[in-house]
Design a protein around this ligand. Sequence first.
Ligand SMILES: CC(C)(COP(=O)(O)OP(=O)(O)OC[C@H]1O[C@@H](n2cnc3c(N)ncnc32)[C@H](O)[C@@H]1OP(=O)(O)O)[C@@H](O)C(=O)NCCC(=O)NCCS
Length: 346
Amino acid sequence: MSLPPTTTRFKNPRAKYNFQGRTCSISGVGSYVPARVLTNSELERMVDTTDEWITTRTGIKERHLAAKDEFTSDLASQAAQRAMERAGVTADQVDLIIVATITPDMPFPSTACLVQRRIGAHRAAAFDLEAACSGFIYALEIAQQFIMSRTYDTVLVIGAEKLSSIVDWTDRNTCVLFGDGAGAAVLQNRPNAHGLLTAVMGADGRKSDLLFMPGGGSRCPASSESIAGRAHYLRMEGRETFKNAVQAMLTAAEEAMRRCEIDISRIKCIIPHQANRRIIDAVGERLGAKAGQMFVNLHKYGNTSAASVAIALDEAVASGCLQRGDLALLIVFGAGLTWGAAVIEW
Ligand SMILES: CC(C)(COP(=O)(O)OP(=O)(O)OC[C@H]1O[C@@H](n2cnc3c(N)ncnc32)[C@H](O)[C@@H]1OP(=O)(O)O)[C@@H](O)C(=O)NCCC(=O)NCCS
């Protein structure tokens, strides 16, 4: 088995091996956000903040919130159904479901198992992946190993979050930043397509205390003390996280492009993690991105963690920004710390 012919546009990094596998493409994407919209003006009535502060410091105008009886697996299943429809794939064809999330429905069973039940993909293996906001790229890279090795033909990768369930709605430093939503991709081999060319993944556990949730795990199980100490809400050092995000996203993106022997001018659409407009602009500027090359939708959704680039990818495709044959650069960053970047021939 040989790789499809490359044009002079890029190099497939796998070409340097005696490649015996199959390439892995996204054959369909889909996303879902819950109906309820929470605007900045509503937040002004909840905490000591202003629309002006949130807009200028983050770029976020509104975010979507799941209903009380709507959970991460529900959002994930909706996005998955849409991606499967676009890919022309039925539930019984799915071999594996990976759900990237930090807000599973419950510690166990995995949200992926709940999605499997909900969409009726009863043949599929299923597990969750926790790499915080970087989860979707981590999941893509893992999924493509199964396609490349011919272990599975069809893998469903989902990034889904109900972050509103772990946000402290009395903390203005964090509650204005996050939202709920889900994005999904069906991964398969598409003959004569390169698909996912490369994915960079990185982590630095020494900085795990910049962004974390102390409660609910083995270290601090739920108790009246943990509830009184607000341990079941996320905590963040905003300024340090910001600095690390810019540097890590930049380094990951440069490494991914270096592997494909391309520069930024070859990329049709850059899809960065949607956390803060100023992070996106700083990364874009350092990469030398042109106006309009960076896809931005965070004004509508805020930071949806593992769902973020998946929702943005779906919207980039739906809006025509990204067409078959174009190169896309996905860049992520999150708690852990974790980061990643992927180059995809769409
Ligand atoms: C959180 C973030 C928006 C704060 O912006 P910033 O410009 O760094 O702001 P600072 O932390 O310097 O705070 C400036 C002031 O605004 C205040 N402030 C914080 N949130 C506020 C809000 N919602 N409304 C009004 N004021 C607010 C702070 O209390 C601080 O006041 P002080 O100077 O009196 O102490 C920014 O640091 C950020 O986006 N960090 C990265 C977050 C992220 O991406 N996390 C997820 C990674 S996956």
